[in-house]
Design a binder for this molecule. Structure first.
Ligand SMILES: C[S@@+](CC[C@H](N)C(=O)[O-])C[C@H]1O[C@@H](n2cnc3c(N)ncnc32)[C@H](O)[C@@H]1O
Length: 282
């Protein structure tokens, strides 16, 4: 099951322009993965496949499957990396992993389930959260590990706050503006409990405040904070009529300029908080 076209805000071009750093700032989480050459790895929320292809290079005799809800992202991944042996991609909503044919075929045999920068979307809906942990647990072989990085408590708090404020200024009722967030950024305490409740033995749960330099804004409105807000904050923008969305983006960028733009060189930085975990199925 995929996102329908109306809900699929993702585009690999916009992702590369606005957030090309996401699949690259991954040295720490990849060091936690400690892959063996024969590992079979499931990458959930794999995006445009850049990092998934890197995973494949770490397991030359193994296989890697990338799943993502965005048909646009999976098309790009397949076009760029689909011809690499042992690497495959499928469009699938990972809040419902147990209905994936690929998942069912290899249930209980994956060595690792990996995810980068996707679980704060996948875990957004409280109703399906525990299913995700249960299904990842079921996917793994005994001794296998769930290794992931995602937004943690306080992630991009300044942008989050500005987006809610922008909606209220543009006439969206307070409660609706607060609930428009497409993200769930849990604390270490929340995550440890969720993993234990699903049956995992937790090896590591850690978080890191990691201010991150944004890409440069381009003339066509992609890249920079503007491009980031349009792509990552699309669910907020959906709350106002199409003709008012540029105004919301402009408001967010104006409010944040004095907060996140550095005096010395004009670069823009936002406060990413990364939550990382390694959890084992015994
Ligand atoms: C910031 S991107 C990260 C992509 C990739 N892991 C990387 O590191 O570059 C987040 C991805 O999560 C995917 N995503 C969001 N909700 C999802 C869901 N319910 N199921 C599967 N993928 C989802 C999006 O389509 C997007 O490709």
């Amino acid at each position: 099951m995929a996102l329908n076209k109306l809900n699929d805000h993702w585009s690999s071009e916009a992702y590369t322009s606005a957030a090309s750093f996401v699949p690259k700032l991954t040295a720490t989480i990849l060091s936690h993965l400690s892959p063996s050459p024969t590992d079979h790895i499931l990458d959930i929320g794999c995006g445009d496949g850049l990092l998934t292809a890197q995973l494949k290079s770490l397991v030359p005799s193994g296989t890697v499957l990338g799943l993502d809800a965005s048909a646009s992202m999976i098309t790009t991944a397949q076009n760029k990396y689909g011809n690499l042996a042992g690497l495959s991609f499928a469009t699938h909503d990972c809040t419902r992993l147990s209905s994936s044919a690929e998942f069912i075929a290899k249930k209980g045999s994956w060595d690792k389930v990996f995810s980068n920068a996707a679980l704060h979307w996948i875990l957004r809906n409280p109703v399906t959260r525990s299913n995700v942990f249960r299904d990842v647990y079921a996917a793994l072989r005994p001794g296998g590990s769930f290794v992931f990085e995602m937004g943690g408590s306080g992630n991009v708090a300044e942008v989050h706050t500005a987006l809610v404020g922008a909606l209220i200024v543009h006439g969206v009722p307070f409660k609706e503006a607060r609930e428009a967030s497409p993200w769930f950024f849990p604390s270490e305490t929340w995550m440890r409990k969720a993993l234990v409740d699903a049956g995992f033995e937790v090896e590591t749960v850690e978080s890191e405040y990691r201010p991150t330099k944004l890409t440069e804004r381009k003339e066509d409105g992609t890249g920079g904070l503007e491009g980031w807000v349009k792509l990552m904050g699309a669910a907020y923008l959906d709350k106002v009529p199409a003709e008012r969305r540029d105004s919301v983006v402009g408001w967010v960028v104006s409010v944040l300029e004095s907060v996140v733009k550095r005096e010395e060189d004009g670069t823009w930085w936002i406060g990413y908080v990364r939550l990382r975990a390694v959890a084992r199925k015994n």
